[in-house]
Write a protein that binds this ligand. Structure first.
Ligand SMILES: Nc1ncnc2c1ncn2[C@@H]1O[C@H](COP(=O)(O)OP(=O)(O)OP(=O)(O)O)[C@@H](O)[C@H]1O
Length: 361
């Protein structure tokens, strides 16, 4: 097996319930030590995908390979307990009547001494060795989560499947436990498929994000690429607030109050959405009824009045009503910027940060 053989590879997985395709031709590969996040809104089929890989749900078609070996197609099926896959779910439920040591050692085989050694090693790794003889009810939520991680890792799974594993934790705990979990999984060279509906979590954890919608993976790549090169309007909106300006194309240019935008390859008469994030709106003060001069990088300024401004902690969110058509445009500004309602300002849109998509693309 060469080092580039994926630890996990799923090909063309499909599953329907009551005639509806819930997982619709999903394929992906994960290398050892790599974390892929399956990211998408509630109900898009993430958990069903995970359940098929775990072996607790059968696919209608498609295959699952581990280290290049087929473990499941529609006729052949390695049972869940022989797949060497670790599972960690939000409601991870430790066994309440077992000690921490027995919880962690639950899936281990071998001699008593070797099991104890592995349990101690993992509890040291998650910094909970002092609780080795304690019971789950004596631990905080975050500590229980770390015991669950140790338990899932104990049999050295080749793959770890995690379904919203951190969503039960409060925000302050979550960041620390996420980072800790990630470094342990990397050290163990485990391939991880983590399901989440939170873009922040995926951006923080993933080597690769697989963006899922209506049962399909619509885009896949490194977090930076998925964020900066979204394939459609819905993908932009999934990661952050998005402003949209609709325009018609003539001569491969979309004409708007913010000037012209390149729309290469888009036929004349096609409607496009120009989509841009609030942090990419430039704001200028009104100077005797005028805004700044147009530039190639920012286009033409459009006049707007402040509708509302809110301080959000490390940035301010300003809502503008555009003069030309009465639509709303949101802009974020670092630190405190709280212009009063009715203030006239001029907005420009950074050409290198906006996306032009044919409508309904
Ligand atoms: N056993 C089942 N029978 C019928 N429908 C099901 C079954 N399991 C899942 N579904 C449906 O399939 C769709 C996808 O469910 P799934 O749990 O995979 O989504 P998800 O993306 O993980 O959502 P969430 O983030 O809310 O868990 C949902 O509409 C769900 O109701």
């Amino acid at each position: 097996m060469d080092s580039q053989t994926p630890r996990l590879e799923i090909r063309n997985l499909r599953r329907s319930f009551e005639g509806r395709a819930v997982v619709d031709d999903v394929s992906l590969k994960i290398l050892p030590g790599q974390v892929t996040c399956l990211l998408g809104p509630s109900g898009c089929g993430k958990s069903t995908t995970l359940r098929m890989i775990a072996g607790v749900e059968m696919q209608d078609s498609g295959t699952i390979h581990v280290d290049g070996k087929l473990i499941c197609d529609t006729v052949f099926r390695v049972p869940p307990e022989r797949r060497e896959i670790g599972l960690m779910f939000q409601d991870f439920a430790l066994f309440p009547h077992l000690s921490v040591a027995d919880n962690v050692g639950y899936g281990l085989t071998g001699t008593k001494a070797s099991k104890r050694e592995r349990v101690e090693e993992l509890l040291r790794r998650v910094d909970l060795i002092r609780f080795i003889d304690g019971y789950p009810h004596q631990l905080s939520g975050g500590e229980q989560q770390r015991v669950a991680l140790a338990r899932a890792l104990a049999p050295r799974p080749r793959i770890m499947l995690m379904d919203e594993p951190f969503s039960g934790l409060d925000n302050r705990l979550r960041d620390g436990i996420r980072d800790e979990t990630l470094s342990i999984l990397k050290e163990e060279d485990t391939a991880v498929l983590l399901v989440t509906h939170e873009p922040d979590e995926a951006m923080r954890m993933a080597d690769e994000i697989a963006l899922m919608r209506d049962g399909k993976i619509v885009q896949q790549g490194a977090p930076y690429n998925v964020y900066t090169r979204p394939i459609d309007r819905a993908s932009v909106s999934f990661f952050s607030d998005a402003n949209v300006v609709r325009a018609d194309v003539t001569g491969a240019l979309a004409h708007t109050a913010f000037g012209r935008f390149l729309a290469p390859g888009v036929p004349d008469g096609t409607a496009v959405d120009i989509v841009f994030r609030p942090q990419h709106v430039r704001i200028d003060f009104d100077r005797a009824g005028k805004g700044p001069l147009p530039t190639a990088a920012d286009g033409t300024p459009a006049r707007a009045v402040v509708e509302r401004a809110r301080f959000m902690g490390n940035e301010s969110l300003v809502e503008f009503r555009m003069d030309h058509d009465g639509t709303l445009v949101n802009a974020t500004v670092p630190n405190v910027f709280m212009p009063t309602r009715g203030t006239v300002m001029w907005l420009t849109i950074r050409r290198d940060k906006c996306f032009v998509f044919p409508v309904d693309a």
